[in-house]
Design a protein around this ligand. Structure first.
Ligand code: SF4
Length: 259
């Protein structure tokens, strides 16, 4: 049976899809977003360690589909009562597309709603493996200028758009999510490019995720510098301005949490 490298399973989440959800975090991500709140997931699909409270702690555990199913089934009552389900996150889920597809298929077979969080940074064949078993796709759109996207986060915008449009053409419900990162994704020209892109595709709802510092301590555990440690949080008025900007294009805009 296919096994996947899982670095966390988080219960009772209300930010990563509808209702109460269990989030399965898969290791591995080809990008290097400076604001990443899960820096322990970056890089290849390989177990690693960090130093926490003076002790070495493993990052990532190889698990079979059945082992993950056993964990997520414990919360089935919450899924049923809240219209929730299971969300695969990362890292970048598509780095372990075979495992993700198998797991999503089994979760769906149990009648539980499935979702993925992705930024679509891998070749199309990866997302095609998971889409048939995915009810919701929470798709991150970050920096739209191709040069800046490549330089800052290592992302190829043409690939992101291909994956996004592939998801839109699937039966899954696709919600674009925009992390609002001061100086990176918030410049008006970037937001305008995102708005133009999604309106051109008929998108009627997006989620915006205001910047937070929740992942900052992880950089210390990894002995890495965190470039955004002095970046202030957005003021409520700034978030409201972005919300109004998208809503002026008739896009329902939900302020969501945690990237
Ligand atoms: S895509 Fe997500 S997991 Fe990967 S570096 Fe960016 S924020 Fe981190």
């Amino acid at each position: 049976m296919t096994r996947g490298l899982v670095f966390n399973i988080q219960r009772y989440s209300i930010h990563d899809g509808t209702g109460i959800r269990t989030i399965v975090f898969l290791k591995g991500c080809p990008l290097k977003c400076p604001w990443c709140s899960n820096p322990e997931s970056q890089g290849p699909v390989r177990p690693s360690v960090w130093m926490k409270d003076g002790a070495e702690e493993p990052l990532g555990k190889w698990m079979s589909v059945d082992e993950v199913l056993h964990e997520v089934e414990k919360d089935e009552i919450f899924y049923r009562t809240s219209n929730g389900g299971v969300t695969l996150s990362g890292g970048e889920v598509l780095m372990q597309a075979d495992f993700a597809a198998e797991l999503l298929k089994e979760v769906k077979a149990l009648g539980i709603s499935t979702a993925i969080e992705t930024t679509g940074a891998l070749p199309l064949k990866q997302i095609r493996k998971v889409l048939p078993y995915t009810d919701q796709v929470l798709f991150d759109l970050k920096i739209m200028d191709p040069d800046k996207a490549r330089q800052i986060i290592g992302e190829k915008i043409s690939t992101i758009k291909q994956n996004f449009e592939e998801a839109l053409n699937s039966p899954a419900h696709v919600i674009p999510r925009i992390p609002l990162i001061p100086g990176y994704t918030t410049p008006p020209e970037n937001l305008r490019q995102i708005r133009d892109y999604v309106t051109g595709l008929g998108i009627k709802e997006i989620h915006i995720l205001p910047f937070h510092q929740y992942g900052s301590g992880k950089y210390e555990y990894l002995k890495r510098s965190y470039r955004l440690k002095d970046t202030p949080l957005l003021k409520q008025e700034e978030v409201n301005t972005v919300k109004a900007f998208f809503e002026s294009a008739q896009i329902k805009t939900v302020v969501s949490g945690l990237e």
